[in-house]
Every structure is written in structure tokens, then in C-alpha cells.
Design a protein around this ligand. Structure first.
Ligand code: ADP
Length: 239
């Protein structure tokens, strides 16, 4: 068992009177592929946004490698993250986008060809971001996350927009990363996709953890994670 490298302690996020994340505790060990699961609106993105320093918690802490994200120097060398979309101007090219990201963290531009090759979008190098298909945008997000060859990879809904072959590619990619000792945290509302790739999962519903453990323990006789969720909440799994 690796050491605990991503640790959330009583993490809570309130928007006004509404509690989106409610005292979440999470310990992720090095080399794990960890799935953060739950229906839309469960609080997954809010949790990841805090972990990545994009938002502040109302209370509690979120640490990566023992540090808050904002205290990590040249963060792309430690943490790679991809959220829905690339978040760059649509008239910028793929190559320009990667150059800017690399330069901001002192990463050699030779790495750009490597990440384009890993994510299989070399042929899009000079395409404008606005002209990419959704799945290509996801791959560019992943390519950007990989620029600094980081130890931790955090993906929010990474399979959104990927076609079936893209989803298969993503699974193999994640497994390869973990076998190289990387720690992967991903969120998804599509349970079947996560089931195929994660070691451990946490179920979040209405901001709270309702189950956590190894995939094997969580399934515990159920056919799939959707049935587990139904059993836990007594309601339909509302994607
Ligand atoms: P998930 O990623 O699981 O779909 P989110 O973390 O995006 O869930 O959202 C959790 C809840 O918090 C939702 O009810 C959402 O509407 C609410 N929420 C998220 N961001 C904000 C915000 N900036 N202001 C108010 N409510 C928000």
C-alpha cells in the first residue's frame, strides 16, 4: 500500500445556505485509480475545484502530497487536471495553447509532441480550439494535464464527449498511468465507465459520502454500481 497522497478532511462547501459538499473525508493512496461517483449535482466538481485551488472550502482541508494546491510551486509538474473543456480562447491553436501552458510552468516545448502523441491528437496540432470536436477537446485537456509528467492526475467527467473508441483509449491510458505509479482521481456520473477502470470508489449524493471502498467491496454481490446506488438511496439513479 502506498502512502496517503490526496487527503480531504471534513471538506465542506456552502453556496449561501446551500451545502454542496458536506464534511467529505477521503484518503487516496499513491498508485490508486480512485473514482468519485454520483449523479449530477452531487458535489463532485465542487470537491475537485477546491482540491485544485479553483475555489475555497467553507471549512475543512484538501491536500495533495501534503500541500494545498496553491502552495505547490510549478503545479503542472505535480498535478495534472482536466475539467470539461479546455477553457482557452477558441481562436487559439492546440499548439499555442500547449506552448502557453508549458511556458507558464517552465516545461520544455519538446514535451508538447509527446503529449499530443499520448492523447492521439498530433493531427490537430494546428487546429483552432474552437474547431475541435468535444472528444478532441477532452483529449487536449488530458494532454495539457500531462505536460509536466505529474504524479497526480485529476479528471472531472473525463469521458464526456468521447466516443466508444475514445472511452476504450481512456481506460487503457488510465491503467497505464497507474501502472507507472501515478495516482488518478476521476469523477463521473456514468457508473459503468468508472466501474471498468477504478480500484476504489466513493459515492456522493447531495454532498455527502454514502458509500466508499474497493470496487469489490462496494459491489458486494450487486451486478453493477447502478444497482448499488439504487439500493443505497432507494431512488432511481438520475443521470
Ligand atoms: P456535480 O459535479 O456532482 O454534478 P457540482 O459540484 O457541480 O456537482 O454541484 C453541486 C451542487 O452545488 C449543485 O446543486 C449545484 O447547482 C451547486 N453549485 C455548484 N456551483 C455553484 C455556485 N457557484 N453557486 C451556487 N450553487 C452552486
Amino acid at each position: 500500500m502506498g502512502e496517503q497522497v490526496i487527503v480531504l478532511t471534513e471538506l465542506t462547501k456552502q453556496y449561501g445556505n446551500f451545502t454542496a459538499v458536506d464534511h467529505i473525508r477521503l484518503n487516496i493512496r499513491q498508485g490508486e485509480i480512485f473514482g468519485l461517483l454520483g449523479p449530477n449535482g452531487a458535489g463532485k466538481s465542487s470537491t475537485l475545484r477546491i482540491l485544485l485551488g479553483l475555489d475555497r472550502p467553507s471549512s475543512g482541508t484538501a491536500l495533495i502530497g501534503g500541500k494545498k494546491y496553491c502552495d505547490i510551486e510549478r503545479p503542472l509538474l505535480t498535478v495534472g487536471a482536466s475539467f470539461d473543456g479546455v477553457g482557452a480562447p477558441s481562436d487559439r491553436t492546440v499548439f499555442q495553447h500547449l506552448k502557453i501552458a508549458a511556458a507558464s510552468n517552465g516545461i520544455d516545448f519538446s514535451r508538447i509532441s509527446e503529449v499530443l502523441s499520448i492523447t492521439d491528437i498530433e493531427h490537430k496540432r494546428y487546429s483552432k480550439i474552437g474547431n475541435l470536436f468535444l472528444g478532441e477537446g477532452q483529449r487536449l485537456g488530458i494532454a495539457t494535464a500531462l505536460l509536466g509528467n505529474p504524479q497526480y492526475l485529476i479528471f472531472d467527467e473525463p469521458t464526456n464527449g468521447l466516443d466508444p473508441s475514445g472511452i476504450r483509449w481512456f481506460r487503457n491510458f488510465i491503467r497505464e498511468q497507474a501502472s507507472n505509479g501515478k495516482t488518478v482521481l476521476l469523477s463521473s456520473h456514468i457508473l459503468s465507465e468508472v466501474e471498468a477502470v477504478t480500484d476504489k470508489v466513493v459515492f456522493i449524493d447531495k454532498g455527502s459520502i454514502i458509500a466508499s471502498g474497493t470496487l469489490h467491496n462496494i459491489l458486494n454481490g450487486f451486478d453493477n454500481l447502478e444497482d448499488v446506488f439504487f439500493h443505497l438511496t432507494g431512488g432511481d439513479y438520475d443521470e
